[in-house]
Design a protein around this ligand. Structure first.
Ligand SMILES: Cc1cc2nc3c(=O)[nH]c(=O)nc-3n(C[C@H](O)[C@H](O)[C@H](O)COP(=O)(O)OP(=O)(O)OC[C@H]3O[C@@H](n4cnc5c(N)ncnc54)[C@H](O)[C@@H]3O)c2cc1C
Length: 310
């Protein structure tokens, strides 16, 4: 692999100075407010730049990580080596008839609001999901009975070789909180949704109802990654955690939410190590009590802090 200064120079031949940050603190980009430094935090402004970064990372064997809004990620305290790509500059949303096109860095909440303005129905479920469009496709995000799979027509991606490719929804293997985007090493640039004509008042009423439910049940006053665990078949992770008397349990600054047992909140400047230890403690306790393995929904990435740094 190239040395840090050489990588910096190569990246600066692709993007402008203001779109490359060195040793950027990732906790400023995650909902949990966790995570150490990223070596190279890059925010391209054109698709060609994204393609060039992918090609560089591949040919020079530089580790490469993509983050969206960081609402489903725990980044470890030692941060992320290599390039971290963030697509926050790609935010356009437009519609043509019943098709809504959103760039991957747009918030799925904004796509949902845009659909409301155009009286298009289908994205109401996404009105409170704090991720980007790219992250929502990656996770097949869903809520209250709806999911991306129901409305996605196709996506435009940059594939692992740096080529722009169209992927039909059926090719993405969208399933409960997963897709094959990671496996294929695709970077989503745009999503095209097929929606249905609807009535403004009805769409708005559904969105208001879902927002009310979310705000009354979720501990939105603290940093978190949303539901930490997937729903085990036929069960609710939150109920198992509650029945294991884990609500309020804490390790360092991380706490199992007293409002919603499926959430772990960063209540008081937790480290990623504390947050992850609490996740493991919950998994172990639920397994011992009920014999159920809780599978994580949240992704954990990055490096542990080296002992001499702590
Ligand atoms: C308070 C709260 C409530 C939540 N409620 C819900 C909910 O109701 N339903 C639900 O499904 N989720 C929910 N989530 C989780 C989260 O918002 C979703 O999983 C969301 O889709 C993640 O998007 P993101 O942009 O934040 O992705 P990130 O967390 O940044 O990344 C998640 C993964 O997606 C990949 N990724 C991101 N962008 C792209 C891209 N452009 N191309 C390819 N891969 C990409 C990343 O590499 C990473 O592996 C909630 C989270 C919070 C904090």
């Amino acid at each position: 692999m190239m040395i840090k200064n050489d990588i910096q120079q190569k990246l600066l031949s692709i993007v402008k100075d203001e779109n490359l940050k060195i040793d950027e603190l990732i906790r400023n980009h995650t909902y949990t407010k966790l995570g150490g430094k990223a070596d190279f935090f890059i925010t391209p402004t054109t698709y060609e730049e994204v393609q060039a970064v992918v090609k560089l990372a591949r040919t020079e064997n530089i580790p490469f990580t993509l983050i969206g809004n960081g609402s489903n990620l725990i980044v470890k305290d030692g941060g992320i080596r290599g390039i971290v790509l963030n697509l926050k500059n790609f935010k356009d949303i437009s519609s043509d008839g019943t098709k809504l096109t959103a760039q991957s860095g747009a918030r799925i909440i904004d796509a949902s609001r845009f659909a409301l303005e155009k009286t298009l129905s289908g994205l109401e479920f996404a009105c409170g999901i704090p991720g980007t469009v790219g992250g929502a496709l990656f996770m097949n995000a869903g809520a209250y009975g709806g999911e991306i799979k129901d409305v996605l027509d196709y996506a435009i991606v940059v594939d692992r070789n740096g080529n722009l490719v169209k992927r039909d929804a059926a090719d993405l293997d969208l399933d409960y909180r997963k897709s094959n985007i990671a496996e294929n090493e695709d970077i989503v640039l745009e999503a095209v949704f097929e929606l249905k004509p609807g009535s403004y008042d009805e769409i708005k009423a559904i969105m208001d109802d879902l927002t009310f439910k979310r705000e009354s049940k979720q501990p939105l006053e603290y940093p978190s990654c949303g539901s930490v665990f997937k729903r085990p078949p036929g069960m609710f992770a939150g109920k198992l955690i509650q029945d294991s008397e884990l609500q309020g349990a804490s390790i360092g600054g991380a706490q199992v939410s007293t409002k919603h047992a499926g959430f772990i909140v960063n209540k008081n400047n937790a480290t990623a190590e504390e947050y992850i230890s609490l996740i493991r403690h919950v998994q172990k306790t639920v397994k011992e009590k009920f014999g159920v393995e809780l599978e994580r929904e949240v992704r954990i990435i990055g490096e542990d802090l080296l002992k001499e740094e702590s």
